[in-house]
Design a protein around this ligand. Sequence first.
Ligand code: ZN
Ligand code: FE
Length: 256
Amino acid sequence: MKMITIIPVPAFTDNYIWMLINNGYAVAVDPGDANITINWLEHTGLKLCAVLNTHHHKDHTGGNARLRELYRIPIYGPAKDPIPTLTHSLVDGDTLTIDEIGISLRIMEIPGHTLGHIGYIGENFVLCGDTLFSAGCGRIFEGNPSMMLNSLDKLAHLPANTQVYCTHEYTLSNLRFAKHIEPENLKLRQYDMNAISLRKQNLPTLPSTIEIERNINPFLRCCIANVALAAKKLYGANPDDIISVFSALREAKNNF
Ligand code: ZN
Ligand code: FE
């Protein structure tokens, strides 16, 4: 059996609709726009067999209704987010098997950006929606800092070589902030140069990996002395309190 391929279909200004492809079938992850998905399916000749949602925001679910009606496919998503177009609701620890493309995905609840946000974990990858971004994390719209930090911590504990598929191309903007926090981080600076060159060629900076994010993402590094001290110096955080450090960084990034 062939391995699945995962490719991005750009939507809106900076969204990616990730497509999981195998055996002539495709699964669309967070199709915010039905037309873009339909055009891509016609262009590639692949058959859509399911939709996966990570959370309820419109830029992730806006295409659900039309795709469901047109292709009669199941729409999977989080039980704890309000998404009226779902056909199947998922909770933490569930396993979702999609026979057409030959994969099993484990569901992990990662609330904070929204209260019901979930991630889909495959053998060597994670679809993490708007929770973890490369060099950054999602805004805390519905949860609180300790909830979000706990979710990011769960993701950070996935195997180092796990490929990270986020829904937005926010990497360069996140890196500007990350460099402000850790100007001396060599791995961060190397990654930044590489990301700038990819964007110049109009290529995605994603997927990242958990190992990269552990090394460069300030929101996964709140317990590292340099990060905690920068949060203290720049934003008055208590460096001995990881939630204070994380909150200060998240706040600061909102206005950076
Ligand atoms: Zn969102
Ligand atoms: Fe989004």
